[in-house]
Design a protein around this ligand. Structure first.
Ligand SMILES: C[S@@+](CC[C@H](N)C(=O)[O-])C[C@H]1O[C@@H](n2cnc3c(N)ncnc32)[C@H](O)[C@@H]1O
Ligand code: SF4
Length: 453
């Protein structure tokens, strides 16, 4: 429990507490007091008092407020590091987009990450690598659009996942959804001026019927010529077949995802993925035959997997020669089956797994090119996309760094209009629920027109 006199950043402080074992049984009081040019952060943790003194170092009120907040977070982080006897990889740094923060801080980022947040050298290095790659692929004044289409259906629900999706075999909504989606896409196309990438994600986009998939691909045809890349997150090997791949090829798709998550049958079964390891190899080879650029998703820390299980999966993905390998760290998501089974993720050697992925992938010519963090992730770690040079997914980097507009269609899709010069973003999110989405498509179209007018 936290009490603070700075309610304006109570949430940030709570995030720091949560990173340590969920903040179990902690009773913390915080007061920040200013005296002339000095400010004091006083914490009482389970009855013990700690005080930190800092000097106000600038006149700009907004910058000063940020500075004060950062030092409160660091003070709390220091106390908790001592209390729990562990340092965290990202130190006191919270938030989804550390790379964006580093880009904003510019040359000073390393110093600030180290001194103000106590981020470890390993994480500073990966951020540095990514900033360097992104200089060549991200346009920081992005006057263009990335176009997203969401298909919320899957063959079955994976135990760790909380994405909005219905089981395709049971859902009665797929046809109606696709019709509504096509209407939305057709009415959204006039908002697009300079498309850079198209991304059809999910769920599992190829779990729907060929007919429905073709309707969606047809509606996207006017964009394909101008786009630099066209990705379909095919995803589940059990939904990939020659017919689906022929369709994707016919409509100009350049990149697809074939996601193993793991190369162990025992784990695939445990997480409810309904496909085998041999099917991953088979479908991967089929996709290669069609000439797609392939991304494979892996997850570190899956149930009952140890360091060597994960190492084997990373090594195997490399040996297959996927152009992109995305390494997620298991995250305990509200609404997932896993969350019903465990309260907290405590995964032995999770840091070693993630470090191994970085070491072996970079040695084999894969560079990290985008990264994001999520709350409730094992070890407070991160998700990282690695790519061979020249094969980075522009969409992934753009959507994470938010320097370009994102026009999104589908249930739960979030459109963003970026005003780079004013350093602000306006967002519009469509309803999550599939039925509500279907019923509200005319209103959704209007709201997006308003956002982009
Ligand atoms: C939107 S999902 C779609 C992928 C596709 N449907 C599939 O399963 O192959 C994108 C990726 O997020 C990752 N993911 C989803 N839930 C996760 C979780 N709780 N922890 C870590 N990674 C997760 C998985 O690697 C997954 O491939
Ligand atoms: S991981 Fe993919 S297939 Fe599994 S439930 Fe989530 S979106 Fe669907």
């Amino acid at each position: 429990m936290l009490n603070t006199n700075r309610i304006d950043y109570k949430k940030d402080l709570e995030e720091v507490i949560f990173m340590f074992d969920g903040g179990a049984n902690l009773d913390i009081t915080h007061n920040q007091v200013t005296e002339g040019n000095l400010f004091y952060d006083e914490f009482v943790l389970n009855g013990e008092k700690f005080t930190f003194k800092n000097e106000k170092n600038c006149e700009n009120l907004i910058v000063l407020k940020r500075f004060e907040k950062r030092f409160s977070k660091l003070g709390l982080y220091k106390i908790l590091t001592n209390y729990f006897g562990e340092n965290l990889p990202w130190g006191a740094l919270t938030g989804i987009r550390p790379v964006k923060m580093a880009t904003t801080l510019g040359a000073n980022f390393e110093n600030e990450f180290k001194k103000v947040f106590e981020v470890t050298d390993k994480k500073i290095q990966i951020v540095k690598d990514i900033v360097n790659v992104q200089k060549n692929i991200v346009d920081y004044n992005g006057d263009y659009e990335d176009f997203f289409v969401g298909i919320p259906f899957c063959p079955s629900r994976c135990a760790y996942c909380s994405f909005v999706s219905e089981e395709i075999g049971r859902s009665k909504n797929a046809d109606e959804y696709v019709n509504a989606l096509v209407t939305e896409i057709e009415n959204t196309l006039p908002l697009v001026k300079n498309v850079r990438s198209i991304y059809v994600g999910g769920g599992t986009p190829v779990s729907i019927s060929n007919e429905n998939l073709e309707k969606i691909l047809t509606s996207l045809s006017p964009l394909v010529k101008s786009a630099k890349e066209f990705t379909v997150e095919a995803g589940r090997p059990d939904c990939i077949n020659e017919e689906k791949l022929s369709l994707l090829k016919k409509y100009g798709v350049t990149r697809i995802c074939v996601n193993p998550q793991t190369f162990h049958d025992k784990t695939l079964k445990l997480i409810g993925r309904n496909h085998t390891v041999s099917e991953i190899y088979e479908k991967f080879a089929l996709c290669k035959k069609f000439g797609f650029i392939i991304n494979t998703d892996l997850i570190a820390g899956l149930p009952n997997e140890d360091f060597f299980d994960f190492k084997f999966s990373v090594d195997t993905a490399i040996s297959l020669g996927a152009e992109n390998i995305t390494v997620h760290t298991l995250c305990l998501k509200k609404g997932s089956k896993l969350k019903e089974q465990v309260e907290r993720l405590k995964i032995s050697k999770i840091n070693e797994m993630v470090d191994y992925a970085y070491d072996v992938l970079t040695k084999n010519g894969y560079n990290p090119y985008y990264l994001y963090r999520q709350k409730y992730t094992a070890g407070n770690l991160e998700n990282v996309g690695y790519a061979k040079k020249g094969y980075e997914c522009l969409y992934n980097a753009n959507v994470m760094e938010e320097y370009s507009n994102n026009i999104a269609c589908g249930a739960n899709a979030v459109s963003k209009r970026v005003f780079n010069l004013e350093d602000r973003i306006e967002r519009y999110g469509a309803p999550k629920d599939i039925k509500t989405y279907i019923n509200k498509v005319p209103e959704i179209i209007k709201n997006k027109q308003e956002l982009y007018k």
